[in-house]
Write a protein that binds this ligand. Structure first.
Ligand code: K2U
Ligand code: ZN
Length: 147
């Protein structure tokens, strides 16, 4: 059971604000250099269904779908990634209660993308070696120009 204090609540608020401003549909604490198992997600059209997930774990997954993904941590890189179509995620909410969320489609993609971040993985690792090589050289080139 995570000890959820005001610091965690404030972090969740800040991350949600960052996510909405990006704009994005998800954000993991690791992306803001806070190494806690905390993600915020809102894949709703109306942008008013925020989910804060503490210690999220994928309890079940089914099917597969390919979705074009980008990532705030690797700007300018987009590619199609294959992920489960449907996931069941268990987590603790900000009140420390165990919750379960079932998701399909974009929300399922987003949850998998954010939970990957907590394990220090970014979506490019799901791509082929050749694509990863091209991405590394593209990022190196970008770095050279800005340096
Ligand atoms: O974790 C992040 O980098 C935030 C991503 C999460 C994400 C990427 C691809 C697919 C689903 C979630 C940002 O939200 S990328 C911006 C975005 C906006 C709308 C739809 C998909 C991605
Ligand atoms: Zn990302």
């Amino acid at each position: 059971m995570a000890r959820i204090d005001d610091r965690i609540r404030q972090l969740a608020r800040d991350m949600a604000e960052t996510m909405y401003e990006a704009p994005g549909i998800g954000l993991a604490a690791t992306q803001v250099d806070v190494h806690l198992r905390l993600i915020v997600v809102d894949a709703s059209e109306t942008r008013d269904q925020l989910l804060v997930l503490i210690n999220p774990e994928i309890a079940a997954q089914e099917g597969s779908q390919k979705c074009e993904e980008g990532c705030l941590s690797v700007p300018g890189i987009y590619d199609r990634v294959e992920r489960a179509e449907h996931v069941v995620v268990r987590y603790q909410d900000l009140d420390g209660h165990e919750q379960t969320v079932e998701a399909s489609g974009l929300l399922a993609v987003c949850l998998q993308h954010e939970i990957d971040h907590l394990q220090g993985r970014v979506f490019v690792e799901h791509l082929s070696q050749l694509k990863q090589l091209r991405i590394r050289s593209k990022l190196a080139k970008q770095a050279r120009i800005t340096a």
